[in-house]
Every structure is written in structure tokens, then in C-alpha cells.
Design a protein around this ligand. Structure first.
Ligand code: PGA
Length: 238
């Protein structure tokens, strides 16, 4: 299975900046990277159409949204439903710790969004910062999300102390992250779990080489296209 390298731009980059970024990255990405990794850019919704035009059919980068509405398409002014995203992106981040904290998202809401995403063919990337959040997700998902859909879902373990929020976070020790991910995958019978929090060109190889870490979510480092390219380069097997 190819591992995942997922950029999370958060609420950064307007369409002009997005196209500058993608032009640099598509020009310089090592071509063999896609033999080893599924590379996904989770961009602000406003950037998805312009990125889609750039990569569609010509470059094997995948796109992801950073959230969807908890409501389906309809009379929900200001909301972006899963169906509006589905032609543009293949993935969607759900339940990022910033959304849980700042927008009071609950585990139940995250499961409702997961159902809407799967129904539209979007693969959810469920962010969790501890084991309880995965247990709660599974509790609410029980009887609502078919177990056959579970292997497609990606979980992303992001310890709160490791996420950089304006200042540098403290990346978790790769060995510790690997052990924790192995444990939660086994106990909760999940197939895919990546790691997120202060991933950078210096620590990528020690994370991506681990047996149980299925990939990484890269936040602030991904904003700089040259740094993101360094992450890709350093992730390649030596
Ligand atoms: P960071 O963010 O890489 O800037 O720590 C990761 C995330 O919050 O997704």
C-alpha cells in the first residue's frame, strides 16, 4: 500500500497564491514520488476549482477539502455540502482539532459529516488527538457506516502539543507515535492511520519509515512550496 503525504493549508492562500504554489510544486516534484505515496493537497474550498483545473488528468496529485457541511445540499445559506465538493476533491478532512476546539464540533457531528462524505464518494480523513475520539467516532458510526467502508477511511493522529499554532509545536517522538498508532489500529480495528503535528523536512524520514505510520499530515510546512518539496524528497526511500 502506498503511504500518504497530505498537505493541510488550513485557512491560508487565496486562488492566486494557490496557483503560484501549484505551479512550483508540479514543476519540481520528483516523478517517482507517486510510486511510493498518494500526495493530497487539502486546500481552502475557494482554491479547489483552480487547483482542479491545473492537476486534473495531467498530474497525479489528489485534492481534498478541509471540511463539509453537516447538512446535505439544500437551503443552508453559506454551507458547502459534500455534493458541492465531490466533483472537485477526492478526500475531505473532518474533525480537525481546530474545528473541534474553535467550532465546537462533536464526535456525533463528525460521524454525520463522514456519512455525507462517503455517500458522495469522498474519502474522510478523520483527525483525532487521542484514543477516546476514535472510540467515540466508532460508537456513533455503529449501524450507520458499513464496516466495508471503514478500510477506505483514513484516521490522522495529531497530538495537540505537536500541532504548531503560530508557534512551533513539539513533534512527537516518531517511535512513540508509531507505537501509539499500532496500538489504536489494533484495538479499534482500523486499517489506516497517519501522523500529524510539526512534520517538516528534517523529521519526515524518521516518521515515514515507521512500520505502522501510514503517512503524514503536513500543516505549516506545506505552505511553503519549496519546503513541501523537501518533505517529498526526504520521504523517498534511500
Ligand atoms: P502543523 O499542523 O504541521 O502546522 O503542526 C498540522 C495540522 O494541524 O494539521
Amino acid at each position: 500500500m502506498r503511504k500518504y503525504i497530505i498537505a493541510n493549508w488550513k485557512s491560508n492562500k487565496n486562488p492566486k497564491e494557490a496557483i503560484e504554489w501549484i505551479n512550483i510544486v508540479t514543476a519540481k516534484t520528483p516523478s517517482d514520488i507517486f510510486n511510493y505515496f498518494e500526495v493530497i493537497i487539502c486546500a481552502p474550498t475557494v482554491d479547489l476549482p483552480i487547483l482542479f483545473d491545473k492537476v486534473n488528468n495531467s498530474f497525479p496529485l489528489k485534492l481534498g477539502a478541509q471540511d463539509i457541511s453537516v447538512f446535505p445540499e439544500g437551503s443552508y445559506t453559506g454551507e458547502v455540502s459534500a455534493s458541492l465538493i465531490s466533483g472537485l476533491a477526492a478526500y475531505v478532512l473532518l474533525g480537525h482539532s481546530e474545528r473541534r476546539k474553535l467550532f465546537h464540533e462533536t464526535d456525533e457531528t463528525i460521524v454525520k459529516k463522514s456519512i455525507l462524505a462517503l455517500a458522495q464518494g469522498l474519502i474522510p480523513i478523520i483527525c483525532i488527538s487521542n484514543e477516546d475520539e476514535i472510540v467515540q467516532w466508532k460508537n456513533y458510526a455503529k449501524d450507520k457506516i458499513s464496516p466495508k467502508d471503514h478500510p477506505r477511511i483514513i484516521f490522522s493522529y495529531e497530538p495537540l502539543s505537536a500541532i504548531s499554532t503560530g508557534e512551533i509545536g513539539r513533534p512527537e517522538d516518531p517511535q512513540k507515535a508509531d507505537e501509539f498508532i499500532n496500538e489504536i489500529k489494533f484495538k479499534n480495528q482500523i486499517t489506516t492511520c497517519i501522523y500529524g503535528g510539526s512534520v517538516n523536512p528534517e523529521n519526515i524520514s524518521s516518521l515515514i519509515d515507521k512500520d505502522h505510520i501510514d503517512g503524514v499530515l503536513v500543516g505549516s510546512t506545506s505552505l511553503n512550496p519549496e519546503k513541501f518539496l523537501e518533505v517529498l524528497e526526504n520521504a523517498l526511500p534511500r
